[in-house]
Design a protein around this ligand. Structure first.
Ligand code: 8YV
Length: 328
C-alpha cells in the first residue's frame, strides 16, 4: 500500500554550519534542512523568507530572534535553539506566547569560557598586549627592573559580577592563582557559596576588588552597569574583564576610564558592536586587550554545543522536552 498522504519531513532552518561531527549528524536527520552554507551571518531577508513554515530554527547569537522573525515563521514553529548559553537575542516572551520551545547550550561551555576569562584577566594584569608589541617591535632591550610590571593575584580580592556557572568556574580558577577573597553580586545570594564567596553590594564590590570580572547575563538590570561612575568607584590599580556581553558596559565610559587611568587595564571578549570596528579607540589603548568573542571557542565545547542543538530540535519537533530547555 502506497499512501500519498506521506507526512512531509519537517523543515528546519539552520543559520550556520556546525562543527564537523555535529554537522554530519545534522545532515543525517530526517529534516528538510535549509542551511546557510557560508561562514557568515545569514542575511536577515533570507532568514525571514526561509523561516516561513519551518518547525525548527537553529540559530546563534548574531541572529535576532525577535517578534518579526517568530511571526514570519508562523504557527508551524515548534522549537528554536541557540548555540549559546546566552539568550538575550531571543524574544522569549513572544516565543512563550506562540508556544515555541526555546533551547540553549548551558554547562558544556563553562570550562572553555572560564579559561578564556582567566586568560583575559591575566593578559590585562600582566600587560600582555604591550609585551607582545614590544617583543615584536624591537622595543625589547636590556632587562629593566621597572619595565612592563603588572599585578599578581596572590592575596587579592576578586569581584565577580554574575556568579552563575561561568562566574563560579572563574572564581575557582582564580582562587588557585592565589585570590584570597571573592565578592560577588548577582540576582540573588547563593547559600551554597557560603564560606567560599561573599555576597556584596555593587558599590562594595567595585570599591574593594582588585579584579572585577563580568560574567552575568545581559538583562535590563545589567545593561550598561559599568558606566563612568562605576569605573570611578574602582581602585586605580583594578583590572576589569568582561566575557559576558558588550552591553553590560557603557563603552564610551570605559574608553574614558582607561584614558584617564581610573583603572589599570581591561580585558574584553565582548564589545558593542561585534565585530568592533578596527578604528575604535579601545584598540588604540595599550591597557586594553580585546579578543573577538571566542569564550566558548574550543573544539570540545563547540562540538557538544552543536550536538545539544540537534537534540533540542529533534525533541522539539516531537513535542518532547528539550535536552536543554529554557524554563520560561
Ligand atoms: C557563543 C556565547 O559562542 O554562549 C554564549 O552565550 O556568547 C558564546 O558561547 C556565541 O554567543 C555564539 O552563539
Amino acid at each position: 500500500f502506497h499512501s500519498n498522504a506521506r507526512v512531509l519531513a519537517p523543515k528546519v532552518v539552520a543559520t550556520r554550519v556546525l562543527p564537523q561531527h555535529a554537522q554530519a549528524r545534522l545532515k543525517a536527520q530526517d529534516f528538510e534542512l535549509v542551511q546557510w552554507p557560508e561562514d557568515s551571518l545569514m542575511p536577515r531577508d533570507k532568514l525571514l523568507n526561509d523561516v516561513k513554515g519551518a518547525e525548527g530554527l537553529l540559530c546563534v547569537l548574531g541572529d535576532k530572534v525577535d517578534k518579526e522573525l517568530l511571526e514570519a515563521a508562523g504557527p508551524s514553529l515548534k522549537v528554536v535553539t541557540t548555540m549559546s548559553v546566552g539568550y538575550d537575542h531571543i524574544d522569549i516572551a513572544t516565543a512563550k506566547k506562540n508556544n515555541v520551545k526555546v533551547g540553549y547550550t548551558p554547562d558544556v561551555l563553562t570550562d572553555a569560557t572560564a579559561d578564556l576569562t582567566v586568560l583575559l584577566t591575566l593578559a590585562a594584569a600582566r600587560k600582555m598586549k604591550q609585551g607582545i608589541r614590544a617583543a615584536e617591535n624591537g622595543e625589547w632591550r636590556e632587562w629593566r627592573p621597572n619595565w612592563l610590571c603588572g599585578y599578581q593575584f596572590s592575596g587579592k580580592t576578586l569581584g565577580m559580577v554574575g556568579m552563575g556557572r561561568i562566574g563560579q568556574a572563574v572564581a575557582d580558577r582564580l582562587r588557585a592563582f592565589g585570590i584570597e577573597r571573592v565578592l560577588y553580586w548577582g540576582r540573588r545570594e547563593k547559600p551554597e557559596l557560603k564560606g567560599k564567596a561573599e555576597f556584596a553590594s555593587m558599590d562594595e564590590l567595585l570599591k574593594e576588588s582588585d579584579y572585577v570580572v563580568a560574567c552575568c547575563a545581559l538583562t535590563p538590570e545589567t545593561k550598561e552597569l559599568f558606566d563612568y561612575e562605576a569605573f570611578k568607584k574602582m581602585k586605580d590599580t583594578a583590572i576589569f574583564a568582561n566575557s559576558a556581553r558588550g552591553g553590560v558596559v557603557k563603552q564610551e565610559d570605559l574608553v574614558r576610564a582607561l584614558q584617564e587611568d581610573l583603572i589599570a587595564g581591561a580585558g574584553l571578549d565582548v564589545t558593542t558592536p561585534e565585530p568592533l570596528p578596527t578604528d575604535h579607540p579601545l584598540f588604540k589603548l595599550d591597557n586594553c586587550v580585546i579578543l573577538p568573542h571566542i569564550g566558548s571557542a574550543t573544539i570540545e565545547a563547540r562540538e557538544v554545543m552543536g550536538d545539544i542543538c540537534i537534540d533540542n530540535i529533534a525533541a522539539g519537533l516531537k513535542n518532547e522536552k528539550l535536552r536543554c530547555e529554557l524554563n520560561h
